[in-house]
Design a protein around this ligand. Structure first.
Ligand SMILES: *[C@@H]1O[C@H](CO)[C@@H](O)[C@H](O)[C@H]1NC(C)=O
Ligand SMILES: *[C@@H]1O[C@H](CO)[C@@H](O)[C@H](O)[C@H]1NC(C)=O
Ligand SMILES: *[C@@H]1O[C@H](CO)[C@@H](O)[C@H](O)[C@H]1NC(C)=O
Ligand SMILES: *[C@@H]1O[C@H](CO)[C@@H](O)[C@H](O)[C@H]1NC(C)=O
Ligand SMILES: *[C@@H]1O[C@H](CO)[C@@H](O)[C@H](O)[C@H]1NC(C)=O
Ligand SMILES: *[C@@H]1O[C@H](CO)[C@@H](O)[C@H](O)[C@H]1NC(C)=O
Length: 934
């Protein structure tokens, strides 16, 4: 058995993770394709990602002295095991799931956004251009990971993997007899040799359209690399060239007819198909390994959404009247840092954005608790006075800088001066699904006039839209209200129910609290309010009982916070609220049962699929969303029974969707009658582990729109260069003028038409030009929102796009690591005697004419590595280790992320000890030998 067939076996039997439906493997593969349907791109990508994540987790565990022992193969169990002993509490797999989905989605979108681009699919012999997409993409991924722009990294990773995988399906690599990946595709320092030139005939005619092997004998003999020509709109191809093949390829009807693509598994191409899938999987692993070595294990895992999930993000008004508030924010930060240190709830990232008038920012983003303490201690209240401040500008920075689904807290005592940003803020909230809560310490009822008549209700609107809360308290009471921040700084927070009533009503809200929910907190905001809680057994507690049979109630300002006792009874609770003033109700808890979702639209073409919407879904048609429900033991441990869209603001209204289980484990939900106005996603189902009913709700409110904006960012942006972004706008509402506004969070200069005249049902095309200054640091990411609004303001929609500014890389030279000497003569032949003896190695590391070495590290080996100054032209690395640790792999990474390695083993040749072991153990050893292959 060769290594690569062994690997196929490994993945089919051992590393298949619950995320991937079994139907995609084994015999079920017959109905999917590398390029088609997206399924096999997803399964190849999924296998590679999950295998690489497991390897990385194991290495991190080993380094930190704990064992990586997942209790099962679900992503949530992998995350829990990967985070190690600190992950004692509830750990949510949601971010890992989301990261995987993002990569899969972007992979699939290459078939929509670049359907007719040969390089993106290695069609039509576009080898150099295709390779350039991969290598430039890898540069973008590395610099984005380095700058912690993980979302941008995932977007590019999904696309690059698609192109890389297509090479094996669309070229004749496997027909030439190769079984290993073509490493030169990810290594621009190496040439692409032996490409068939445009005049070389490559295929024989295939009248039936599907033939086992159409490649001409001399192409095979000379090992000439070629790929199939593909014409979606045209049948033209150079003489004698192979086609891609299939119904959508017009060139396949031109002699030589047929096609060489291995997109589909058929009886006549079985061997080549399987070889292509295997090579594509190995190639994906090879690319991921290069990324992992370049960025390091920890950042690789963070890019994959494997990190403690809580992020602490504060946006703080620093004008003169805010000194008490700043002091309180500081004290909360200290408390969270000190209290959660070393636990699962310790934030993995801290973000701080000050704002004043007229300045705001800069955003401070750090993973180091001490740095956050230092920065927040530096904040001083000054200037500004009572006037409105640049609150939304500060919030915009936080929303674009924080990871998606973050909790953001805004401290202010003034209205927003920059209220014109409200639409942008709302677009960013919908696209990031982050929650924004306000602590407003202005005197009640204070109403200030401002440019566009901002009011504190704007903050309440923003909070409600995002699923956050607007708390109004006096400055002296603020410290009692900030417990909310501690409640939400946890790794597995879920929202069970959120409702708002304006005007107030008397209403009873039933809610199912399941067994898994812990630390349940009920928040009621509003004035002149009475409420009563009733548990499933009929026990009640009213707002006047601060400490009752069901929980403890704390009231401060407009906030009532009720902590249910930890022995709460699972089942249906009733919350009766009575007020004639507006109020909100929110119930949260900690649980691993949660869900992620995206509103999507289907797209047609040769390889149809679903694309995530970047704005609001279209009015006048059913809404569709992709949903993944997670449980304690992965998706298989629960069933979703009801998924619907519900109104948060009364009266109560829920539209249930039709659920379709998708191949990749997701659920496609189609809702025909979408509620008017704003809605959230609700999910109800059964947890099979506790056999109890659960309910969950999304935080971010969404609504439909008659306007649609389409835009695709197809590459990174260079500093100092104007970048043109075509976009198109369509309305289903009446003809007329639509105002266009666009903003970016870096204040880079932009030009775009301020107005477009739309004809109902037709796309109008326009171009936005954005020019990052020449001094922009490579790796800067830019969040761009484009907004289109009808002249009467009734119809509007937005698109949120991310751009990466990346300096064009000219250094493709990998660092060179050369082993100069090995001294292992003291090591005994008998391994059991190795204990007291050591061996040594010396290596010279250079970066030739490259950008210079950035880091040197040990990837394998249990010894001591030292090296001379990184700035010298030749770096001398010395390694010594116990004779028991027989392998060393040294990794050198240069300043742009090119990776060089040296590998040395002092294992004595002879009969491998493995042969004397039982077969399963032998297989395991072979597998691990393969996994740690240099
Ligand atoms: C959550 O509940 C657990 C026990 O149920 C308790 O130990 C822990 O302190 C609670 N966490 C918070 C933040 O109150
Ligand atoms: C806008 O561009 C699309 C292709 O991107 C094209 O099909 C359409 O005709 C264009 N519309 C107008 C009004 O030019
Ligand atoms: C390794 O580097 C050292 C120090 O620069 C140099 O003296 C030596 O000749 C180099 N050896 C090789 C084999 O390049
Ligand atoms: C480095 O650059 C110089 C001048 O451009 C060239 O002569 C030399 O061959 C290059 N060396 C390497 C290792 O590429
Ligand atoms: C191993 O390397 C370290 C660091 O250079 C050094 O301090 C130590 O003496 C070496 N050990 C042996 C046995 O050479
Ligand atoms: C690695 O080194 C540590 C301490 O030096 C030792 O406890 C451990 O057993 C070693 N592991 C291997 C695989 O050699």
């Amino acid at each position: 058995m060769t290594h690569s067939s062994m690997q196929g076996f490994v993945m089919n039997s051992l590393l298949v993770i619950a995320l991937l439906p079994l139907a995609l493997l084994g015999p079920g593969m017959a109905f999917v394709s590398i390029g088609g349907g997206g399924s096999t791109h997803v399964s190849i990508t999924g296998m590679a990602l999950l295998q690489k994540v497991q390897e990385t987790c194991r290495a991190v565990a080993e380094k930190n002295g704990y064992e990586f022992n997942p209790t099962g193969s679900s992503p949530e169990e992998l995350v829990q095991a990967c985070l190690g002993p600190t992950a004692k509490g509830e750990v949510s797999g949601a971010k890992f799931h989301s990261a995987l989905q993002e990569i899969y989605t972007q992979n699939g979108l290459v078939d929509r956004d670049f359907v007719n681009s040969a390089p993106h699919h290695f069609n039509s012999e576009a080898f150099l251009e295709g390779r350039s997409l991969i290598t430039q993409g890898m540069v973008t991924i590395k610099i984005n990971i380095h700058n912690e722009n993980f979302q941008a990294a995932r977007t590019t990773l999904g696309r690059v993997l698609h192109t890389l995988q297509d090479f094996y399906s669309h070229s004749n690599w496997v027909e030439l007899g190769y079984t290993k990946p073509y490493s030169n595709l990810i290594n621009p320092g190496l040439p692409l040799d032996n490409l068939a030139d445009v005049n070389t005939h490559t295929c024989s005619d295939c009248a039936s359209g599907t033939c086992p092997n159409q490649l001409l004998p001399n192409i095979l003999k000379d090992k000439k690399l070629t790929s199939g020509y593909m014409g979606v709109f045209s049948s033209v191809k150079p003489k004698g060239k192979c086609s891609h093949g299939g119904a959508t390829d017009l060139t396949s009807k031109i002699n030589p007819r047929g096609g060489i693509s291995k997109d589909e598994r058929r009886q006549d191409n079985l061997a080549f198909y399987n070889a292509a899938v295997k090579a594509a999987t190995d190639a994906s692993l090879e690319l991921l390994q290069d990324l992992r070595l370049a960025v390091g294990d920890e950042d690789f895992l963070r890019m994959m959404g494997i990190a403690r999930s809580s992020v602490l993000c504060f946006v703080i008004d620093t004008t003169g009247s805010m000194s008490d508030d700043i002091e309180e924010a500081r004290s909360v930060v200290y408390q969270i840092i000190d209290q959660y240190k070393g636990t699962q709830d310790e934030p993995s990232e801290y973000i701080l954005v000050p704002f004043n008038d007229p300045e705001f920012g800069p955003m401070i983003r750090t993973t180091h608790a001490d740095k956050m303490k230092e920065e927040i201690s530096k904040l001083k209240a000054s200037g500004g006075g009572d006037d409105p401040e640049m609150c939304l500008s500060g919030l915009q920075l936080a929303l674009t800088g924080a990871p998606s689904s973050s909790d953001i807290y805004v401290f202010t005592d003034a209205l927003a001066k920059d209220i014109e940003l409200k639409d942008t803020i709302e677009a960013l909230i919908s696209s990031t699904k982050s929650k924004v809560s306000f602590f407003i310490t202005a005197p009640f009822g204070r109403r200030r006039r401002s440019l566009r008549a901002a009011s504190f209700d704007d903050y309440k609107d923003i909070a409600l839209l995002s699923g956050g809360q607007a708390i109004q308290v006096s400055k002296s009471e603020l410290s009692q209200a900030t417990d909310i921040i501690l409640d939400t700084s946890t790794s597995a927070l879920v929202t069970v129910l959120q409702r708002a009533r304006n005007p107030g009503t008397q209403e009873t809200f039933p809610v199912t609290l399941d067994e898994t929910l812990k630390n349940i907190t009920i928040y009621i905001t509003g004035t002149s309010i009475t409420f009563t809680l009733t548990n499933p057994a009929g026990v009640t507690q009213s707002q006047s009982e601060a400490s009752g049979k069901l929980g403890t109630i704390q009231t401060v300002g407009n906030l009532h916070r009720i902590r249910l006792n930890s022995d709460k009874q699972a089942g249906t609770w009733q919350i009766n609220i009575n007020s004639n003033q507006p109020y909100t109700l929110k119930i949260t808890g900690q649980s691993t049962i949660t869900f992620i979702y995206d509103f999507v639209e289907s797209f047609a073409g040769p390889h149809p699929g679903y694309a995530v919407l970047s704005g609001r879904p279209q009015a006048g048609q059913s809404a569709t969303l992709m949903l993944t429900v997670m449980g304690r033991r992965g998706p298989s441990s629960m069933t979703a029974e009801q998924v619907g869209l519900a109104k948060v603001s009364g009266p109560e209204s829920v539209s249930n969707g039709v659920l379709t289980q998708m191949d990749n484990g997701e659920i496609l939900v189609t809702v025909d009658a979408v509620p008017e106005g704003e809605f959230v996603v609700i999910v109800k189902g059964t947890d099979k582990v506790s056999n109890s009913q659960f309910q969950r709700q999304s935080n971010t409110q969404m609504s439909l729109s008659k306007v649609k904006i389409q835009a695709v960012v197809d590459s990174s942006v260079e500093p100092g260069q104007a970048f043109k972004l075509p976009f198109s706008v369509m309305t289903q509402s009446s003809d007329g003028k639509y105002s266009i506004s666009a903003r970016n969070d870096r204040n880079f200069p932009m030009s775009f038409p301020n107005e477009l005249t739309l004809v109902t049902g037709q796309y109008a095309n326009a171009t936005l030009t954005i020019t990052p200054p020449a001094s922009t640091e490579s790796g800067t990411d830019v969040t761009l929102t484009i907004d289109a609004k009808s002249s009467n303001g009734v119809d509007s929609n937005y698109a949120v796009l991310r751009l990466s500014v990346v300096t064009k890389i000219t250094d493709f030279i990998q660092p060179l690591c050369k082993v100069v000497s090995v001294q292992a003569n003291k090591c005994p032949h008998d391994l059991s005697q190795c204990g007291p003896f050591r061996w040594e190695l010396s290596a010279n590391i250079t970066d030739g004419n490259g950008t210079g070495i950035e880091s040197i590290s040990l990837h394998q080996g249990n010894g001591t590595l030292t090296y001379t100054s990184l700035s010298a032209p030749i770096i001398v690395a010395n390694y010594n280790a116990s004779c028991c640790s027989q392998i060393v792999e040294i990794i050198a990474v240069d300043k742009v992320g090119n990776v060089g390695k040296c590998y040395q083993s002092i294992a004595q040749s002879g009969v491998p000890p493995a042969l004397t072991l039982s077969l399963p153990l032998w297989i395991c050893l072979l597998i691990s030998a393969f996994l740690v292959r240099p």
